[in-house]
Write a protein that binds this ligand. Structure first.
Ligand SMILES: O=C(O)[C@H](O)[C@@H](O)[C@H](O)[C@H](O)COP(=O)(O)O
Length: 319
């Protein structure tokens, strides 16, 4: 059977910015979602130069969420991945400004995969010079258990396309210890995060006491996985650990560490960044009336704060 997972693209981190405003769609929990028909969806996409701005509203998190909190959701659809990346840079820079004005740190968690390529505009003018990088603290929502110089390393990908281009202090880049086994690396990363909570670098949720990262930038796989939390896997139900490990990931390489849903869903802001027709089905399940026998991991993303979907028109093509 052909794998759902394509080999990682060769990173291309520099392109010319363009400006195409997004279409904003309201989003609701799966139970109350009013489906967007193909016809209206195509009409909306065709109107991308005159964005339709609909209200964001508070909605109950999906019943599959560990946290039964109100999640504010917004769905933005762009004409192209290029336009998506321009908007993602502005969104991230705006949050950076907000949090760095309020406190001494801005805690940002990234996934691997194509998300890193979609962050390329953030390391260009005007943001590269205007962001207060000294307060940034970078984390990985999941990491492959390989040496940091291995082509599969999420750290290496982020370093090549992002970290090497911005002056984040090296001590603020919180990668896993790649000398450890998967299990030990997960424990070690959780211990490290506990220290940063204790030191006040990472905030905590007032309701759960769990780390509350300021921003999580997540990709989604074609099977609807997020982080290294895969459909049907027992780790979806993990409640006590903040960070855990998997040794049989269906997406290679098999050994990984991953944040769990309690931590993902304590976040102040989560961006789900999804491009390409290969991801239209899980997007349809999460935001439209597509069906799967079991909730997909992406449907379990329901942060305490705000959830923003960044979709290109191919990923949104079934809405
Ligand atoms: O290490 C990883 O494999 C990633 O963190 C993973 O969760 C990724 O974000 C999705 O698989 C989407 O990847 P693509 O955007 O490349 O499809």
């Amino acid at each position: 059977m052909a794998s759902l997972f394509q080999p990682l693209y060769a990173p291309q981190c520099t392109r010319t910015p363009t400006h195409t405003p997004p279409i904003l769609l309201p989003s609701r929990s799966p139970s109350s979602w009013f489906p967007v028909t193909n016809r209206s969806s195509r009409a909306n996409i065709a109107a991308a130069h005159n964005p339709i701005k609909l209200n964001c509203f508070k909605t109950k998190a999906s019943s599959t969420s560990a946290a039964n909190m109100a999640t504010e959701k917004q769905v933005q659809v762009f004409d192209s991945e290029e336009a998506l990346s321009v908007s993602l840079a502005k969104y991230t820079a705006d949050l950076s400004q907000k949090f760095t004005q309020q406190k001494a740190s801005f805690t940002v968690v990234v996934s691997g995969g194509s998300l890193i390529k979609s962050l390329r505009k953030l390391v260009e003018s005007p943001y590269v010079d205007s962001i207060d990088w000294s307060k940034w603290h970078m984390f990985w929502v999941d990491e492959r258990v390989v040496p940091k110089d291995h082509p599969d390393s999420n750290y290496l990908l982020a370093y090549d396309c992002f970290l090497s281009k911005v002056p984040i202090p090296p001590g603020n880049v919180h990668a896993i210890n790649d000398a450890l086994s998967a299990e030990a690396a997960a424990d070690d990363y959780e211990t490290h995060i506990k220290h940063l909570v204790h030191n006040g670098i990472i905030s905590t949720s007032e309701t759960t006491g769990i780390p509350k990262f300021d921003l999580m930038l997540l990709g989604m796989g074609p099977d609807g996985h997020v982080a290294s939390l895969f459909p049907g896997h027992p780790l979806l139900a993990e409640k006590s650990k903040w960070i855990t490990f998997i040794k049989e990931s269906p997406k290679p390489p098999p050994e990984r560490i991953t944040f769990t849903f309690p931590v993902i869903n304590s976040s102040a802001n989560v961006a789900l960044v999804v491009a390409g027709a290969g991801k239209a089905h899980p997007v349809h399940v999460a935001l439209g009336n597509g069906q799967e026998p079991e909730p997909l991991p992406v449907q379990m993303v329901a942060p305490e704060g705000q959830l923003t979907w960044f979709l290109d028109k191919d990923a949104a093509s079934k809405l």
